[in-house]
Design a protein around this ligand. Structure first.
Ligand code: CU
Length: 596
């Protein structure tokens, strides 16, 4: 038996019953060999079958699987969930024949890879999509290395399982030395039809939020402060029609969180030999979930993000947004460890085990307590929190009030615990003044050293963007020739999401000039964290002082935060730019970018 295999005897009875049931159902798990070939051991401890080389045949189909005990249909590649890992080599020209056996159009986007635009796989922007029964051939030269992934860019197919890892070996020697290589692909699964989930959120954006303040919270508030302050706090949040606990749109009420396709109960397990340096390649393929990852008792040396090597930094924990990747080196002792990835809203977790001996497990930590958003999360640097004119907004006043400026009670200013960077002036586009926008931030915070809601002052060393420094610096040292400012906007009640108050369907493309260094400023005018993915070019994040920080394909932007990054579009064509929370993209937080 391969040491990568979870010995079946060690599975809890329930997990085994489910496992056996899944096998009997002839579902996805039946297609996954119970043991990964030992040949992969020194390459990647893969979640399932890996495919290597330069020619690939990928068949997309609907497959019955059983994750929770109830059979459901998943969208699979070659019958698998997660989709097979693709092992590429930098410098190779890759051919991928993708066949669609669904009864709806499909597509595959190679996330973080920079191919010619018509190979990028976004229907309506890079190509027409792949019609049912059709085979589309992708072919491009791979001119980068590192940890990436791929997923459908059609409908809800990413949520229903169409995601897998891409590992690109460098043409030269691997700079990151490790004895063992292991993919840790995190995702979220729901037995509900994702369109039903979407419809519920459209009706009630807090449908899946069970962290909402209750009467007992109110009593606790009154004990913590004065009764009047508690009433004022409730009144203020109510008045703004915001919810302090609105950390995620979708919770474990419907989601089960997966690690390499396995439920916490099924406990994905990988064996190691004591004394080894292990490279863990974390990929967040979740459709709607931020994960906070740690391995209790094991320092994490972060060495790469989004496929780009960084100066190593040691932490205990890191937050990974949808579509981001982090490569981490660990040197475990001769004992078992739990790989613990709790959802940002603390309603559930994904979990796996690394162990030197089959059958060993380590304790599973308790979920952290959910922390409420602070006023700084909502409004940035506080002083002039809401834009003048908010009171004139054309909101339906079904709550008997409208969003109003200058009503932030003074006591809220004391509730912030985070370092707040110098506020920067912002410009709100005129399109932000409309029914698509229920909140604007005038004085956003600009610091990058905030780990984010739920991770502040938790007693652990938590990674922040201020810790990430790409080795070698910026790709293009030229100063920006021009600047573009865009705001992340939304209306929680309507569950619409947009850039500058314009949903994708109402927007026109952003134009960038070929090879022109451009600074892009993003202000998050919402109270949610958004992982923003720009196709076709690297985003080189700047420090608040305008110095190069890190090169990424997906930038997570916190509530009321302003960031700036530089791009040099090297590849002509049409590209997608969107929030990687799947339903935010569907609800309009997407733009086309034209490079000409
Ligand atoms: Cu978003």
């Amino acid at each position: 038996m391969s040491p990568l295999c979870k010995p079946e005897d060690a599975l809890p009875n329930l997990a085994r019953r489910r496992f056996v049931a899944a096998m009997a159902a002839g579902g996805v798990m039946a297609n996954v060999p119970p043991c990964v070939k030992a040949a992969f051991l020194n390459e990647a401890a893969l979640p399932n079958n890996a495919l290597s080389g330069t020619e690939f045949d990928l068949t997309i189909a609907e497959t019955e699987i059983n994750i929770t005990g109830t059979p459901r249909k998943a969208t699979t590649v070659n019958g698998m969930l997660p989709a097979p890992t693709l092992n590429w080599r930098e410098g190779d020209t890759i051919t991928l024949r993708v066949s669609n056996r669904l009864d709806e159009p499909t597509s595959i986007h190679w996330h973080g890879i920079l191919p010619p635009y018509d190979m990028d796989g976004v229907p309506g922007i890079s190509f027409a999509g792949i019609a049912p029964g059709e085979t589309f051939t992708y072919r491009f030269k791979v001119e980068q290395s590192g940890t990436y992934w791929y997923h459908s860019h059609s409908g809800m197919q990413e949520q229903t399982g169409l995601y897998g890892a891409i590992i690109v070996k460098p043409a030269a020697a691997e700079a990151i030395k490790a004895d063992r290589d292991c993919i840790v692909l995190l995702s979220d699964w729901t037995d509900e039809d994702p369109m039903t989930v979407y419809a519920k959120l459209k009706k009630d954006s807090s449908y899946y939020n069970f962290n909402q303040p209750t009467f007992s919270d109110f009593v606790k508030d009154t004990a913590d402060s004065s009764l009047q302050a508690a009433i004022a706090k409730r009144h203020m949040w109510n008045m703004m029609r915001m919810n302090q606990t609105d950390l995620s749109d979708i919770s474990a009420y419907t989601y089960i969180y997966l690690l390499n396709g396995k439920t916490p109960e099924a406990n994905w397990t990988s064996l190691f030999t004591a004394g080894e340096r292990i490279r863990l390649r974390f990929i967040n393929a979740g459709a709607m979930t931020f994960f906070d990852v740690r391995i209790p008792d094991l320092p994490l040396q972060v060495v790469q993000t989004d496929g780009q090597n960084i100066e190593p930094v040691i932490v205990d924990e890191f937050r990974i947004g949808p579509a981001e990747t982090y490569d981490v080196i660990v040197e475990p002792q001769n004992r078992a460890y739990t790989v613990f990835a709790q959802a940002m809203d603390r309603t559930g977790y994904a979990r796996g085990t690394i162990t030197p001996h089959a059958g060993l497990t380590a304790a599973i930590p308790a979920l952290d307590k959910a922390q409420p958003l602070t006023m700084a999360d909502m409004m940035g640097a506080m002083e002039h929190a809401m834009a003048p004119g908010d009171a004139d907004e054309t909101h339906e006043s079904d709550h008997g009030h409208s969003l109003h400026s200058n009503h932030a009670p003074d006591q809220m200013a004391h509730s912030r615990h985070l370092p707040i960077g110098t506020a920067a002036p912002v410009r709100h586009a005129s399109s932000e003044y409309g029914a698509s926008v229920d909140m604007r931030v005038d004085t956003p915070r600009i610091n990058l050293d905030d780990p984010g809601i739920g991770l502040r002052n938790n007693g652990r060393r938590v990674l922040t963007y201020a810790d990430l420094r790409t080795i070698g610096g910026a790709l293009d040292k030229n100063p920006p020739a021009r600047e573009i400012e865009l705001h992340l906007t939304g209306n929680m009640e309507r569950y619409t999401w947009s850039f500058d108050g314009l949903e994708f369907s109402r927007s026109s493309p952003v134009h960038l000039r070929h090879r022109e260094r451009t600074r892009i400023i993003i202000v998050n005018d919402t109270m949610m964290t958004h992982p923003l993915h720009l196709h076709g070019m690297w985003c080189e994040l700047e420090t608040p002082n305008g110095e190069f920080q890190v090169r990424k394909h997906t930038l997570t932007i916190q509530p009321a935060q302003r960031i700036s990054f530089l791009v040099t579009p090297e590849v002509l064509g049409r590209w997608a730019w969107h929030c990687h929370l799947s339903l935010h993209m569907h609800a309009g937080m997407m733009r086309e970018v034209v490079v000409a």
